[in-house]
Design a binder for this molecule. Structure first.
Ligand code: ITT
Length: 189
């Protein structure tokens, strides 16, 4: 089986490969001869996922997924949200972004969630699936697995951050894992 994923984020690709298994061949933006210029100007995760999936479908005319995801921090009015990749600039390290968020939640409620919208476009149908996982901003960064905000995303049932658990444990409860399983269950109906 082969599927396109409209992403240039290598960490997302790795997670999809782990979750879908080695027998699924994944292609992404890096496999295109000509780059696609995409303006991700949606206001919601769902809109942005559809924008990316439609753009790649128009190029390849084969089944395409896209993942738009991010972190909502309640004490920051749900920022960085859909701006999670661009928040403080794409070139700013996550060590700096994570420290900034730790300072923002000092003395405030620490609740946060990851959200993921997975869009699927194949020319005859368009579908979007959402997954969310509730957590808290940790007291300090912990762990080196995962990517992005994982070192500060504390998941109470595991009593540690998502950067401090195995890939399997992350996928079992993650926003991306939930959204992907919703898609797969729908396909099996
Ligand atoms: P593409 O649009 O090319 O897919 P992107 O990284 O720009 O890549 P998004 O706009 O969806 O994608 O931004 C998602 C950001 O949210 C990502 O860069 C991380 O900062 C954060 N994020 C999403 N899922 C995450 C996860 O599982 N662990 C840690 N951080 C995550």
């Amino acid at each position: 089986k082969k599927v396109w994923i409209a992403t240039s984020n290598a960490h997302k690709l790795e997670e999809f490969q782990e979750m879908l298994g080695a027998d699924v061949e994944i292609k992404s933006f890096k496999d295109l001869k000509e780059p696609i210029d995409i303006v991700e100007d949606g206001k919601t995760f769902e809109e942005n996922a559809l924008i990316k999936a439609r753009a790649l479908y128009e190029r390849v005319h084969e089944p395409v997924f896209a993942d738009d995801s991010g972190l909502e921090v309640d004490a920051m009015d749900k920022a960085p949200g859909v701006y999670s990749a661009r928040f403080m600039g794409e070139d700013t390290s996550y060590a700096i972004k994570n420290d900034f968020i730790l300072r923002q939640v000092e003395g405030k409620t620490r609740t946060a969630r990851y959200v993921c919208a997975i869009a699927y476009v194949d020319g005859s149908e368009e579908r979007v699936y959402r997954g969310e996982v509730e957590g808290e901003i940790s007291e300090k960064p912990i762990g080196s697995n995962g990517f992005g905000y994982d070192p500060i995303f504390y998941y109470p049932p595991y009593q540690t951050t998502l950067a401090n658990v195995s890939d399997e444990k992350k996928h079992a409860i993650s926003h991306r894992g939930i959204a992907l399983r919703r898609f797969l269950e729908d396909q099996n109906q």
